[in-house]
Design a protein around this ligand. Structure first.
Ligand code: F6P
Length: 345
């Protein structure tokens, strides 16, 4: 193990609110401990290309409430091209970075897991609006996305009620229905559809008709972008895969909206929330979680505990082996989904 004097920090994958809280916390704590900090631009892409920026008290001042990431991000996967892994190692060597902190979701931290296995001194911090990383109760970014979606559902309620319409709201989350479930419960959705349970069109239409028959002549349907009909794959807006093999999901809302309208005869409109869920200022919860994650990650570096990811378990921030965090996807707790179902129809 090399003693750490110089720390590299990068943010990779889809951005999310709270990343700047982490950057600020890591920088402040590292400087307090006497370390130099270099920001790596645009995730693994910057590590390959050697694009960096110095981080100091000045550069992280005022960034706490800002969405996005001041370091930039990318979905670059160095393991797509063996020469890129070599270039990444060369950057680490040339800059004399003794350790790296990588902030990301399953893809960015998947790369971190491999690099750690190959001997790089690295610590991971889990982020994603999708909340689908294993071994942590929450990732930061998720709470903000849920609050944005909840507010959208509140707004859809008033227009749905005025026009006696069905409103379908499509939310993000990839193959996990966390945003749909939590925003749906918080916003009082009448139906919530998630990738974890195939869509049963007849059952949904029956619920909506029964609801309308009892005088509630408007309905809110929240659908996760990854939700699908039995036997069908998730609907995609683009087949082309990114460097980690993901297609771009989206389109289930419009498909579902037209089917519901056909089958129920009720006028239906569709809203796709898209990247609104990822932009803007983080909630207090995400700022606090990001700050705690950032501080803990630096503590791990100072203790020489590499190959770990920081994680929230209960109300404690702990360290778990990176491969445990990235080995499987954390899908929706079906007990929580059962609670949501009590309010369907
Ligand atoms: O993983 C975060 C996420 O926002 C997913 O919910 C969504 O499917 C995807 O990223 C969208 O990716 P992009 O920003 O590349 O369109």
């Amino acid at each position: 193990m090399t003693a750490v004097r110089h720390l590299g920090l990068l943010t990779g994958g889809g951005d999310c609110p709270g990343l700047n809280s982490v950057i600020r916390a890591v920088t402040r704590r590292a400087i307090q401990a006497g370390l130099a900090v270099t920001g790596i631009r645009n995730g693994w892409k910057g590590a390959i290309e050697g694009e960096t920026v110095g981080l100091n008290l000045q550069s992280v001042s005022g960034i706490l409430p800002k969405g996005g990431t001041i370091l930039g991000t990318s979905r670059t996967n160095p393991y797509k091209r063996p020469e890129d892994v070599a270039r990444l190692r060369e950057t680490v060597k040339r800059l004399e970075l003794d350790a790296l902190i990588a902030v990301g979701g399953e893809d960015t931290l998947g790369v971190a897991t491999k690099l750690a296995r190959e001997g790089l001194q690295i610590v991971g911090i889990p982020k994603t609006i999708d909340n689908d990383l294993a071994m942590t109760d929450y990732t930061f970014g998720f709470d903000t996305a849920v609050n944005i979606a909840m507010e959208a559902i509140d707004r859809l309620h008033t227009t749905a009620e005025s026009h006696h319409r069905i409103m379908v709201a499509e939310v993000m989350g990839r193959q996990a229905g966390w945003i749909a479930t939590c925003a749906g419960i918080a916003g009082g959705a009448d139906v919530i559809l998630i990738p974890e349970e195939p869509i049963d069109l007849d059952a949904i239409c029956k619920l909506i008709k029964t609801r309308h028959a009892r005088g509630k002549d408007f309905s809110i349907v929240v659908v996760a972008e990854g939700a699908r009909f039995k036997e069908n794959a998730s609907v995609v807006t683009e087949e082309k895969r990114d460097e980690f093999g993901h297609t771009r999901l989206g389109g289930i809302g419009h498909l579902l909206g037209s089917l519901i309208e056909q089958q129920t005869g009720y006028e239906t409109r569709v809203t796709v929330l898209g990247h609104l869920q990822r932009g803007g200022s983080p909630t207090a919860f995400d700022r606090v979680l990001g700050t705690r994650f950032g501080i803990k990650a630096v503590e791990l570096v100072l203790e020489g505990r590499f190959g770990f990811m920081v994680s929230l378990q209960g109300n404690k921030i702990v360290a778990v082996p990176l491969e445990q965090g990235t080995g499987s996807l954390k899908t929706v707790d079906m007990g929580l989904y059962q609670i949501a179902k009590i309010f369907f129809g």
